[in-house]
Each structure stands twice: as C-alpha cells, then as structure tokens.
Design a protein around this ligand. Structure first.
Ligand code: ME8
Length: 575
C-alpha cells in the first residue's frame, strides 16, 4: 500500500493550553502553528482529524496579574483568552475547538477524573516538603533545584522551600510501566534526544506528585475545589493536563482518543506530558498518547526572550511581518526554520529575508508564475494537451526537439542524455512527504514539495521552453514538444502545491484558483476541506490532474522579491 493511503485511524493533535496571565507571543503561535501544519497535513492525507488548543486559566499567576490590572481573575482570563483566540484566527489556524479551563464542560470532567483517582486509592493525603517554583507553579526535585542554584530553570527566579499537606498521586507505582512504554516506543517521545532525557531522569526515581494545594487566607477564589475536600484546590497542572481528555470525552468525540493521539509542546513541560499524564491516564483506565513531541525554543536575534530584556516577539510583530511579506510567508519561515528539533532557533530579520527570497520569491513563487506566464503567452492561457511526464529515452522526442531548438539557437547542451520521469518523481515525493508527516518531520514534508519545484526549475533550465517557443514554425513537432513540456511543469507544480499547502494554505488556494484546479471542497461537512485524499488528488493524470482546455491565469506573483536593505518590520505599539 502506498504510504499516502496507509493510515486511516482518527488523528487527535493537541497543543499546550496557554496561561492567560499575558498576551500571546511567538512561542505560543509556533507550537500551535506546528500543530496546524500537522493537522492540515493529516486532513490532506484523508484522515479524520481533531485539533485542539486553548487556555489554562486557573493558575495563581493569572489571579495575581489580574489584581495588578485591577480586574477579577475571570475578567483578566477572558481578556487574554480573547487575545489568544484572535491571534490564532489571525494565524489562520484550523483548530476544531478552543478549550478554556474555566468552562463547565472542563471543570465537571476534571472533578470526575480526580474523584475516580481518589476512589482507586492512587490519590491520597500526605505531607510534602520540596522546592517550589512559584513562577512555573511546580515542584522540582532536589537535584534539579541544586543544578539550578535553587533558581527556576525556566525563569531564573528564586525557588521557595515549601511544606504542605496535600493530596498526592502515587506516581512511583507506575515507574516500571512508564519505563517499558517509553523504551519500547509504545509511547513515542520525540525528538529522540528528548526520549533519552526522560529515560535518564526516570532512572533517578519518581516521587508522588501533588494533586492539590491548600487554600490559604487571602487566596483569590480561583481554581477548582478538590472533590470531597473544600480546604484544597486541584493543583493547576493536574487540572490542566485533564483538558486533553475532558474536551473529547463525549459520545461524538471519544473516537479521537481511541485513535492516534499526539501531544505537542516545548521542552519546558515535557515531563508532565511524558510521565505524569500517561500515568494518570493509565490509572483512569485510558490508553496513553501515542506521541509526545517536545520541540525546542525560539530565541530573538540571538538572545533568550525574557520579560526583563523586553524582547518577546509578540503577535504584533508577527502581524507586521505578515502584512509586509504575507501571512503564509511568515508561516513558512516559522515552520521550516523553527525549533522543531532539539536545538533552539533564532528569529532574526536577515535570516527571514534570506529564506523568504530563496524558498518563496525565487523558487516556489517564481516557478509557478513562470509556468503560468508561458502557458498564457504560448497557448493563450488554455492548457492544450496532457502528457505522461516521461522525457528522454526511449520516448525522448519532446526533449530532443527542445534540445535541437537549443542548438539551433547556438546554445550548448551540457548532458544530452538526461531523462525526466515526472509521474514517478512526484509519486515518490508524495510518499516521502507522508512518511515525514507521520514522524512529525514537517520540514522534510515541505522539502518534498520543494523538491518537485526544484525538479521543474531544473527541467526548465535544461530544455529552455522559451527557446523552443521561438522555433515552432521551423520544427515539425515543436508545438507538441512545447505542449508536453509545459503540461508536465504545470502538473508537477500542482502536485507540489498540495504538499506545500499545509504550511501555506492561502497562497496555494490562490494558485488553485488561478489555475482552475478543483481540489477544494467547500461543503461544510467536509473535515479536510479537500474533495479527495492526497493519494487521489496527487495522482498524475488522475481525476484531479490538469486537463486540456483548463484555463491557467497568470495571476499576480505569489511572493514579490524582498529587499534585504529595507528595515525590518516593527510591531505597532500595543496598549
Ligand atoms: O506551560 N519557543 O503554559 P505557557 C517555543 N499552561 N515555544 C514556546 C516558547 C519559546 N520561546 N515559549 C513558550 C504552560 N512556548 C501550561 C501548559 S498544558 C496541559 C499546560 C510554548 O503559557 C511552548 O509550547 O507557559 C511551551 O510548552 C508553552 O508555550 C508554554 O506555555
């Protein structure tokens, strides 16, 4: 079975739910973008996808910043949740739901799960003394605290020694099971370097995890009460993790948990997702997620982003980039240059321009307008014929005709025996893209699309259809050769555009409109937005291929070249 039709189980991808103490920045947009590209990719393949994002609202830092801003916690949470929603809409994310942990549907189910864990005897009351990181609202092990000189490894703020009577989840009980799940790859932790980190830390042993916090005098009335114990609230981390299940714990959506579950986040919160959450799920009688993917961090112009440096790349700056270079160019840059692997990535303007010009203006955009322009110029914008995409020996007539035209024009042909097999090339690229998507290797998925564009560019510079076009009267089969060459370029670029569309949905839809390609299904009940799965859409000469008579409009250039000397866009100042 070709990879492009392999997996039809429902696919459920989640992002972290973000704290609403502040407005969204590049990090939040990036994780959600990666999830969006993966979700769009899986929908394109033909899978039934559910993509969830949302906000984590019951944190202490939310009630604190609310007070600083003279708002109630709920007012402040709503202001920021709306900012996240607006940012994600701006980014053209295709999430199927946006959960806020202050919603009843979440609160009711979270209480149900904690009650069940208590009933099972895996959540019990006990004393706890440990190093608490107030800026992250989590306890750290003695070793991690020491390694970081008793400062937060995330924010650098001092840790506090705290003693509390709490409800605890008996995490150590699941240690052998977790080890076995992770080592066997049953629970896949990606990238590989992160899996080793988690296994290394697991070797140091596990401690019970606090599930509640005692309510102290003066505390804001914020958070969910511990079931059966009004003197405690559910610890925000435990409650937050439950969102992944609460949101799909309905009759219509349960199939997504039973399908393939992928949790995406950055390295800062991997432990909760790879260890604590799978153990909780096991205790609840649910299967663990299939994949926990922890990417690295964005930094800004070479520096870690921090409040004190005031160098957070916020949504406003991303909007300024989108305004100048297009939203899809910004999505492309973040997706292909971002920290999806184990290393951090730098958001630097010079790099943006370099990538924009190399990948989009000079490659994808240029190739698409060049082919559109030639079809417009030589055939009045109407596709004249089809071609099987085979060029060279033994059926080399079209290519040979083009090479004859070149030598007639006094131009050298470096390697006269080259062959091109577009149907096979594009099919391989599609298979590679689908394999890469399954590994969440989205850079490689998009590279497969670009490899087709490069192949077309290489073909055009080799056989120079513009030279051939000048000799149509003198060469017997010149017209046929030009038709075959340009058809193959257009059809190959059509297939490339499908593979590029998860990152650049708007620009590729623009191309399909200009080229009269019938890929999209606008019916509301279509989960994917496409008329058929990728295996059918991308078949050379198949039902969705470019047909004789089809109109190809030149259209405007998809990406104008950027001037590297122009100053970088600036965020509008925000209130
Ligand atoms: O941790 N680069 O929320 P949070 C890339 N509410 N991604 C980044 C980033 C950066 N510099 N900074 C943040 C929480 N992120 C909890 C999660 S989930 C049950 C609860 C992204 O608002 C990245 O996805 O602090 C990281 O994991 C997340 O934001 C942390 O978001």
């Amino acid at each position: 079975m070709p990879a492009s039709t392999a997996d039809q189980t429902p696919y459920y991808i989640t992002t972290p739910i973000y704290y609403v103490n502040d407005r969204p920045h590049i990090g939040h947009c990036y994780s959600t973008l990666i999830a969006d590209v993966a979700a769009r990719g899986q929908r394109l393949v033909g899978r039934d996808v559910f993509f969830l994002t949302g906000t984590d609202e019951h944190a202490e830092k939310v009630s604190k910043t609310a007070a600083e801003n003279n708002k109630t916690p709920m007012e402040w949470a709503t202001i920021n949740a709306e900012r996240f929603k607006a940012a994600f809409e701006f980014m053209n994310f295709s999430n199927d739901d946006f959960v806020r942990t202050t919603e009843e549907r979440h609160k009711v189910k979270a209480v149900e799960y904690i009650t069940k864990l208590k009933d099972e005897g895996v959540v019990t009351l006990g004393d706890y003394e440990g190093w608490y990181d107030p800026s992250q609202e989590e306890y750290l092990t003695e070793m991690v605290a020491k390694e970081n000189d008793f400062n937060s490894p995330v924010t650098g703020k001092p840790l506090e020694k705290r003693v509390e009577q709490n409800w605890f989840f008996d995490l150590p009980r699941y240690e052998p099971w977790l080890k076995e799940q992770i080592e066997s790859g049953e629970l896949r932790i990606l990238p590989e370097a992160r899996k080793n980190e988690v296994l290394g830390r697991l070797k140091q042993g596990l401690r019970a995890v606090p599930v509640s916090r005692k309510i102290k005098e003066g505390d804001a009335d914020w958070g969910i009460k511990m079931p059966g114990d009004d003197s405690h609230r559910i610890y925000v981390w435990i409650e937050a993790l439950c969102n992944y299940l609460t949101t799909v714990d309905t009759d219509e959506r349960r199939k997504y948990w039973e399908g393939e579950v992928v949790h995406l986040m950055a390295k800062d919160i991997l432990w909760f997702h790879a260890i604590v959450w799978p153990a909780m799920l096991y205790a609840l009688g649910k299967k663990p997620p299939e994949t926990v993917y922890a990417h690295a961090y964005w930094i800004a112009e070479g520096k870690k982003m921090s409040k004190s440096l005031g160098n957070f790349i916020e949504i406003d700056l991303l909007e300024a980039y989108a305004e100048r270079y297009s939203l899809d160019a910004m999505r492309w840059f973040l997706t292909t240059q971002g920290p999806l692997g184990a290393n951090d990535s730098d958001f630097a303007h010079a790099r943006f321009i370099e990538v924009y010009n190399a990948d989009l203006a000079n490659s994808v955009g240029n190739s698409m307008s060049r082919v559109g322009n030639m079809i417009d110029k030589y055939f009045g914008g109407t596709v004249p014929a089809t071609c099987n995409g085979e060029f060279g020996f033994p059926n080399g007539s079209s290519l040979q005709t083009a090479l004859i035209a070149l030598s007639n024009a006094g131009k050298a042909v470096d390697d006269p025996a080259r062959t091109y097999h577009f149907a096979e090339f594009t099919q391989n690229a599609v298979n590679d893209a689908v394999d890469a998507l399954g590994r969440m290797d989205l850079g490689s998925m998009l590279s497969s699309g670009r490899s087709i564009v490069k192949h077309v560019d290489d073909f055009i510079s080799y056989c120079a259809p513009f030279t051939l076009a000048k000799q149509l009267d003198t060469l017997d089969d010149g017209k046929h050769a030009l038709e075959s060459i340009l058809y193959s370029c257009a059809e190959a670029l059509r297939i490339a555009s499908l593979l590029l569309s998860p990152a650049m949905p708007e620009k590729m839809a623009e191309l399909w409109q200009n080229w009269d390609c019938d890929h999209l299904n606008t019916a509301e009940d279509s989960n994917s937005g496409f008329k058929a799965p990728l295996s059918e859409l991308a078949a050379w000469g198949g039902a969705y291929s470019i047909k004789p008579g089809q109109k190809i409009l030149k259209g405007e250039a998809l990406f104008m070249r950027a001037d590297a000397k122009e100053p970088a866009p600036e965020a509008e100042s925000v209130s």
